[in-house]
Design a protein around this ligand. Structure first.
Ligand code: ATP
Ligand code: MG
Length: 748
């Protein structure tokens, strides 16, 4: 159990008695030390699995932690977010502590906030509504009442997004409406649990008898409310281990503060404080940049920074690339990703990270155009899909019937049994033709089959009942199975994770730091966000920015100020320079000097900036001269092709590109090549067939008979979030502990 740990990590794992605080930088093995500590304690017989509560930041992290604990032989330990642990306790104690049925949990509070605003006769547009919702959430996690809100806000030094008195009125009415309707929101779960534990010693006693040992990951981002809950769970006991990195505090805007981490010893004078400095995740090149970034940081978190020392072999230097415009940046990034995939790196080992979720669309387009499958983080909500729920019911039924289920006759191991049951629900070995709902349903079932296969591999002796239990666990945690695809995620959502190759995109001043970061503290938080991004990379790191938003637009942007002195050619601050020299690369468009002209609507001539409209080459609202019949034929052809290639349809062409083809009806290669989304690679693979269809001719029956094409993307990739086209950017899953509207705001 202790073999895979270095001496300091071992100290974390073996100091099972008293309070322990681990202060350490990114990639130093904090999470690893934490899981080993639990597993070691369980093995040594010091910790009873059911008496341990491990708290992590997101449901996904909790799911991963459960997986790791199981592998280390410590199944049965609860790993949850603050929110999900509290919700469970609340539901359990509600009838006894308060009486009656527990209230319903509000899905999306924004609607109720809108109603409250309307009743206060305050008109709010979508963005204002989100701002006010964010303020309400901030108030709740900082335990601020509506009456106190204006004063507390003034004291916090933050800019109010709108008149505080108005916000306070909406907040008060929103609370009233919730009470009237017996619903509670996300924050109420924590508030009510804290209330019950404070007021009812008998309930607190029961909880404390159940949980005696606590570990908390990502402790730098704990909110005052979560901290209070932790104290109530703990009582006067000392079996607590917290780990965190003040330099990765990125949720201060939700009321979180690293003070709890940094002042741990003040509250627990006997605490063992352990520092880890060996970075096991990233190459010296990546670590050098991370250290350089933190070298310029200011504020309390920065005072506690530790210089990281990479334990890995040397790797490539980080690459800095400047592009003329955003679509060019996305296309350049997609091209690099294609090269990495061609060199054998799995898609699941690659991520594109950006500051706000709205940036994803142009990357979705570019990846789709390059035939690269992707998954949007936070967009899954997999277990809520009806087909997944129905499949779960069928699997549970089969598990209950055990060997007596005729469905399972002759089915061998666990994955075969699952395939047998799901076949009865419409799963087939081959995906159905076409896209849309049928295909989506199939993709969900296929993901379940894959999940069963992975589970069977990890636990060869697992039964169907074990799998059903696992599915329930995951469903509770909203932990969708991983799909083979490049990850697209906001920097906030990337916390705690790692990939071999990371692309940090859109690093312009204005986006990083984001324009609305005004105070020095807010700017420092942005710098930490970039630090989090940099330290996600194991080996390949690319940082890019675009000088203009759209082709032909004014090139008035400059790269992020955080890269000054670090990026080649920006003047060495304090003698720091990324080693190895090398300059900033010029991406397509920037390199050619011949900047692309603006894309204009071919109907009304307006300059287009929306990526979707740019693809269509006209405004969404302008009349379309779409050849409907051709469009349908193209879609059918695409479905066939996607099926043969075992890829999502968008990897052949996106809806927008097909639409543009069916509008332009090109009659030669040059005409086809002018359509956005038809690159050289796609022209080469699909050009002839598309032109045949455009000419109104039939394709020969054998056309496209290239199944198993060596170009096929590893794993085929399931189209998890965005459906058939890249239109849907997905919503940040409200499932995660922190994905309240505030974080949506920050993450978007
Ligand atoms: P973050 O701050 O980003 O959450 P962390 O400190 O939690 O990072 P981990 O995710 O636990 O770091 O570890 C980073 C990587 O280094 C993981 O791939 C982990 O398996 C590996 N690692 C950690 N400690 C060791 C070790 N002693 N030997 C080998 N690999 C290690
Ligand atoms: Mg970690």
């Amino acid at each position: 159990m202790l073999e895979g740990l270095d001496p300091e990590q071992r100290e974390v794992a073996t100091a099972l008695g008293g309070p322990v605080c681990v202060l350490a930088g990114a990639g130093t093995g904090k999470t690893r030390a934490l899981t080993h500590r639990i597993a070691y304690g369980v093995r040594a017989g010091v910790l009873a699995p059911a008496s341990v509560l491990a708290v992590t930041f997101t449901n996904r992290a909790a799911g991963e932690m459960r997986g790791r604990l199981r592998q280390l032989g410590a199944a049965g330990v609860q790993a949850r977010t603050f929110h999900s642990a509290a919700l469970r306790q609340l539901q359990y104690f509600w009838p006894k502590a308060i009486g009656g049925e527990p209230p319903r949990l509000l899905d999306r509070k924004i609607q109720l906030v809108a109603e409250a605003a309307a009743r206060c006769r305050i008109r709010l547009d979508r963005n204002e509504l989100r701002d006010v919702t964010g303020e309400i959430e901030w108030s709740k996690v900082t335990r601020t009442t509506p009456e106190d809100y204006p004063a507390v806000l003034a004291k916090s030094g933050r800019d109010a997004p709108r008149d505080p008195a108005e916000t306070a009125r909406v907040y008060a009415l929103y609370e009233q409406l919730k009470r009237d309707r017996s619903v509670i929101d996300f924050e109420d779960v924590l508030l009510l649990t804290v209330g019950v534990l404070q007021d009812r010693p008998d309930v607190a006693d029961t909880v404390r008898r159940q949980y005696q040992h606590f570990v908390v990951d990502e402790y730098q981002d704990v909110s005052p409310l979560q901290q209070r809950l932790l104290e109530l769970w703990l009582g006067d006991r000392e079996s607590l281990c917290v780990v965190g990195d003040a330099s990765q505090t990125i949720y201060s805007f939700t009321g979180a503060t690293p003070d709890h981490l940094l002042d741990f010893r003040l509250r627990h004078p006997g605490a063992t404080v352990i520092k880890l400095v060996r970075d096991y995740r990233s190459t010296p090149q990546v670590v050098h940049l991370a250290n350089g970034l933190l070298g310029q940081a200011r504020g309390r978190a920065a005072e506690h920074r530790l210089e990281l020392v990479s334990q890995r072999e040397a790797g490539p230097e980080p690459v800095y690339t400047e592009y003329a415009d955003e679509p060019a940046e996305a296309e350049g990034t997609a091209r690099h990703i294609r090269e990495l995939l061609d060199s054998g790196l799995p898609a699941s080992e690659i991520a594109v990270l950006y500051r706000i979720n709205a940036q994803s669309e142009v990357y979705e387009q570019a990846l789709a155009d390059a035939g690269v499958p992707y998954q949007l983080r936070g967009a899954e909500r997999f277990f809520e899909r009806p087909e997944v729920r129905e499949a779960g019911v069928a699997l549970r039924g089969a598990a209950r019937a055990g060997g007596n289920d005729t469905l399972l006759d002759g089915a061998g191991d666990l994955p075969s049994q699952v395939r047998a049951v799901l076949t009865s629900r419409g799963w087939t070995t081959e995906p159905p033709a076409g896209s849309g709902a049928v295909r989506e349903r199939w993709e969900s079932l296929a993901a379940l089959v894959r999940l069963a296969e992975d589970f069977g591999r990890a636990r060869p002796d697992a039964t169907l009942a074990d799998l059903v239990a696992e599915l329930d666990e995951r469903a509770n945690a909203q932990h969708a199975p991983t799909v083979e695809g490049v990850t697209l995620a906001s920097l906030h959502a990337a916390k705690g994770l790692e990939w071999d190759a990371v692309f940090l995109a859109g690093l312009t001043d204005g986006m990083m730091p984001i324009t609305h970061a005004k105070t020095p503290e807010q700017v420092e938080e942005e710098r930490r966000l970039l630090y989090v991004g940099v330290t996600r990379a194991r080996r390949f790191l690319t940082l890019s920015w675009a000088l203009a938003r759209s082709p032909g637009g004014r090139a008035g942007r400059r790269p992020s100020r955080f890269l000054d002195g670090l990026r080649p050619g920006s003047g060495a601050a304090g003698g720091r320079r990324p080693g190895g020299g090398g300059g900033v690369e010029r991406g397509a468009g920037a390199r050619s000097r011949k900047r692309r002209g603006p894309v204009r609507c071919r109907v009304c001539g307006r300059t287009l900036t929306d990526p979707g409209e740019m693809k269509l080459m006209r405004c969404e609202g302008c009349p379309s001269d779409l050849d409907e019949g051709l469009y349908e034929r193209l879609r059918e052809w695409r479905a066939e092709r996607a099926k043969e290639l075992g890829q999502p349809a968008y990897c052949v062409f996106t809806d927008k590109t097909l639409m543009a083809i069916a509008e332009a009806v090109p009659d030669d290669e040059a005409g086809l090549a002018r359509i956005s989304g038809v690159g050289a690679r796609k022209l080469d693979r699909f050009g002839t067939e598309v032109l045949v269809l455009c000419a109104g001719e039939e394709l020969p029956a054998s056309a496209g008979d290239t199944a198993g094409d060596e170009d096929g993307v590893a794993g085929g990739g399931i189209d998890e979030g965005p459906g058939d086209g890249p239109e849907g950017t997905g919503d940040e899953g409200a499932a995660e502990d922190v994905t309240t509207a505030v974080t949506e705001e920050a993450g978007k």
